[in-house]
Design a protein around this ligand. Structure first.
Ligand SMILES: Nc1ncnc2c1ncn2[C@@H]1O[C@H](COP(=O)(O)OP(=O)(O)O)[C@@H](O)[C@H]1O
Ligand SMILES: [Mg+2]
Length: 487
């Protein structure tokens, strides 16, 4: 495989700073005998452990002095090979100019060693540009070799790292969905939430219906917004409607509109939400609450995309993406004959299930801290959680999910008189009590264990094998318990 960086032979003094186990700071005069943008070989440096970080101070003739960090890759008899860290753009470009001046051999390719009989623009062996004196050479080479560099590091990535990197590329580099920064607004790093983010990214551009399920307050509406903001419809309206919040008698008019005089009280024509959402997305929350007649109307819309106002003779073609959400089990509703099976299958083309907060592990605390910072900033206050508050946040089940975290944290920021927020400020004092019980349980267990060991030792005349047998544990365990309780 070709190298990623041109390496050249040099003879360049370098001052090394390192942590010495005996002294506080070690120091050595050594020299680079080879150098590339990625690292170099340092002769005269005593052996160092792999991965050890060292400070490197060197002066490039005519370019000045530089101080960078290096990581020991391997130690040899003659010296140490190191990889460079934190080379900023300026240091990198100057180093490149220096390296370029020191490439003496213009017959072999400095990347792969292939003998190029004459100077070519590209190596016949590895294909990389050899046009070293072009002004843009280094930028072009950095771009060309980027994927290879990443490939070298990628074996250290976890799946979470990969999601974060892809998300960073989308949001920060390509500015996709920058107006809705999924990283900032949609908090979560648990495995299950990372999966949700990945589903959002996957389904957003597909323009198909989505069914979002999850308990109240888990972020169903936020998910629908995230899908809309990442779709080609993002510059068109996103219209959310909570089907459970509007009386059934009014919901049809709300969704589909009505003609003037179509019923008593219809003094003028009304445009429905579907029509408002034309080109964009409509989000029907609590879809399980729809009446049978509205279920039929929505089904018709999904089939032919035609919206018919109440009291009108014809319909109008509308281009709307439908995202629906429910916090109850639609399959049971179907079994009970409360929800149409055919509508369910039309909606459930792609399903995203939001886990309850109690199943999101560390996300509980991450969410609480996120909202603490947010509200503190907004209210221009500086607040932090006490360690008891952190324990209480972790122990509590949060049945109201993220919405409950928001409410409790907001209340705590307002209510707490001190810099530190207590479980009481969070209205989680019950939890604090529970935790006391947990620690007293520990005590109970400690006392019983000790008591039983004393009794068994007496009963068995200190015969360890017998003690182990009657307590049902191994002999080493008996010894370790004796040490623990000092018996
Ligand atoms: N993962 C999350 N990160 C940040 N805020 C969230 C998250 N999930 C939900 N929220 C916020 O919590 C509140 C409730 O979310 P919402 O989407 O209305 O839940 P649902 O529709 O499931 O009841 C909203 O203010 C929303 O912005
Ligand atoms: Mg909701």
């Amino acid at each position: 495989m070709a190298r990623l960086d041109v390496r050249c032979k040099v003879d360049l003094p370098v001052n090394i700073l390192f942590d010495d186990p005996n002294k506080t700071k070690g120091h050595a005069e050594a020299k680079f005998t080879s150098l590339s943008l990625g690292g170099g070989f340092i002769e005269g440096l005593p052996p160092h452990e792999e991965n050890k970080i060292i400070g490197l101070k060197y002066e490039l003739p005519t370019y000045g002095e530089f101080e960078i960090l290096g990581e020991v890759l391997r130690s040899e008899e003659k010296g140490v090979a190191a990889r460079f860290y934190n080379l900023n753009r300026d240091a990198k470009f100057k180093l490149w100019d220096y390296i370029r001046e020191n490439i003496k051999d213009d017959i072999s390719c400095p990347y792969c060693g292939h003998k190029n009989a004459q100077k070519l623009r590209r190596c016949n062996g590895c294909g990389w540009s050899l046009n070293f004196y072009s002004q843009d050479y280094i930028i072009e080479h950095e771009k060309e070799s980027f994927i290879n560099r990443l490939a070298v590091k990628s074996k250290f990535f976890t799946i979470e790292d990969i999601y974060k990197i892809l998300n960073f590329v989308d949001v920060e580099v390509l500015k996709i969905g920058k107006s809705f920064d999924i990283n900032e607004e949609f908090v979560g790093s648990s495995h299950r939430m990372l999966n949700v983010f990945s589903l959002i990214r996957k389904v957003a551009p597909l323009d198909i219906p989505v069914l979002i399920t999850g308990e109240s307050g888990t972020g169903k509406e936020l998910t629908a917004m995230a899908i809309h903001e990442r779709s080609s419809r993002r510059h068109k309206p996103f219209i959310p409607i909570n089907c459970a919040a509007i009386p059934d008698s009014l919901l049809e008019a709300e969704l589909f509109g009505h003609e003037k005089g179509s019923f008593t009280g219809a003094h003028k024509q009304k445009i429905g939400k579907f029509e408002y959402a034309d080109g964009g997305t409509i989000f029907l929350d609590e879809i399980g609450e729809l009446s049978p007649s509205l279920q039929a109307k929505i089904l018709r819309f999904l089939e032919d995309k035609i919206v018919e106002k109440i009291g009108s003779n014809g319909g109008k073609k509308i281009d709307v993406r439908l995202i629906a959400a429910t916090n109850n089990d639609l399959k049971t509703a179907i079994e009970k004959g409360m929800f149409r099976k055919d509508l369910f299958y039309r909606l459930d083309v792609f399903n995203i299930t939001l886990p309850p907060v109690r199943d999101r592990g560390e996300d509980k605390l991450i969410l609480a801290r996120y909202f603490l910072n947010k509200f503190s900033r907004e209210m221009d206050l500086r607040k932090t959680f006490s360690s008891e508050a952190i324990d209480a946040i972790k122990c509590y089940d949060w049945p109201g999910n993220v919405r409950e975290i928001i409410n409790k944290v907001k209340r705590a920021v307002v209510m707490s008189r001190e810099y530190t927020i207590t479980p009481d400020d969070l209205d989680l004092e019950v939890m604090a009590l529970k935790m006391e019980e947990v620690s007293s349980l520990k005590e109970v267990r400690y006392n019983i264990e000790k008591q039983k060991l004393i009794e068994a030792m007496k009963y068995c005349n200190n015969n360890i094998s017998k003690v182990a047998r009657i307590l049902g544990i191994s002999r080493p365990s008996v010894y370790s318990l004796r040490r623990k309780y000092n018996i």
